[in-house]
Design a protein around this ligand. Sequence first.
Ligand SMILES: [Zn+2]
Ligand SMILES: [Zn+2]
Length: 351
Amino acid sequence: MVQFLGAIRLAPSSSLFGFAHSRLRFSLPKYSISVSRDGYPQFKRTFNASLQSKSADAQTAVQAPAEQSEIIFLGTGTSEGIPRVSCLTNPEKTCPVCSKATQLGSKNKRLNTSILIRHPRFPGSCNILIDVGKFFYHSALRWFPTYGIRTIDAVIITHSHADAIGGLDDLRDWTNNVQPHVPIYVAQRDFEVMKKTHYYIVDTSVVTPGAAVSDLEFNVIDEEPFLVRDLKFTPLPVWHGIGYRSLGFRFGNICYISDVSEIPEETYVLLKDCEVLILDALRPDRSSSTHFGLPRAMEEVRKIQPKRTLFTGMMHLMDHEKVNEELIKLRDTEGIDVQLSYDGLQVPITL
Ligand SMILES: [Zn+2]
Ligand SMILES: [Zn+2]
C-alpha cells in the first residue's frame, strides 16, 4: 500500500531557472563565456550537445531498442567510493585495486550502489531509479548522457544511509530544468530520517523565497507490493545489520538486494523463480556486520537459485577482473552464472 504525502511546497518561481541577472556567466576551465539572456536556449543546446558527444566518445555505449526494458548500473561500490582517497595518498603501500581504479574505463572504479530501470512506455520510456546516494550527481553525469537518459520518473529508496539518500538535493537539476517534480517511494522509517537530513526538501516552506530546491513528492510504502507507473514492485525486507531494516525490490523476475547482512525466512518466498539476482557482496573473504561477503553471498545464490547473479556493493578489496575470473569457473563446475557488476553495465531484461 502506498500512502501519498504531498510535499509542502512554495508556489513555483515564475522562471524555471531563477536567473537574477540579464546576462549569464558560464565558467569553464579556460574560458568565461557571457551570453545574452535571449541567446541562452541556443547556447544551452550547443553546450549540452558538446558535453554529450564527449561522453559518448569516451564510452562505447549502445542504446537499447526503445521497446527493450533494461537495467543500467549507476553505481556498484561502497559508501566511500572506489578508489579510496586514503589508498591513493598512502605512502606506506600501494593498493592494487584503487590504483587500477584510477585508470580510464576501469571496472574497479565504483560509486554508490544504484540502478536505473528503463521501462518502455508509450510515449517514450519510464526511468525508475533505485537509490540516490552521495555520488548520484557523478553517476548521472557519467551515464545519463551516455545512455540518453533525460527524465527521472520515480526514485525508490532501499534505506536511509547517506549512500542511498545523500543525492536527494541533486534532484533539483531535474525539477528545475527537466520536469515539475520527482516522486519518491520510501518506507516510513526512512522518511522520518529524511525529515531530519533533508528537512528543507520535505518542508519547502522553510526555504528562502526564490531559492530552488528539489521538488519531491513523497509516497510512503510499507512492505506490501506497490505500483510505479504500472510496474509492480514487491519489497524484499532484509536486515542490514542487527535490528536495521533495508528493502530490496522485486520487479518482474528481477530481484535487487543491495544492502543485506541477513535474509529473513519469509523473504525467501518472494525470491522464488528469480531470473536475475542483484546481490550485495562487500568483500572477497568474509561478511561484515552489515553486508554479505562473497562466501555468504555465494551461499545465498546456491539457496535462491537464480538463473543469473550480479554482485554489487563491492569494496576496494574486490578486484573486478580477478574475482570474475574465479566466478566464471562456476559455470562449468556448478552450472552457476555469477559475476561482479560494474558501473555503467547495461543489462536487457524482460518485464
Ligand atoms: Zn584501496
Ligand atoms: Zn547502508
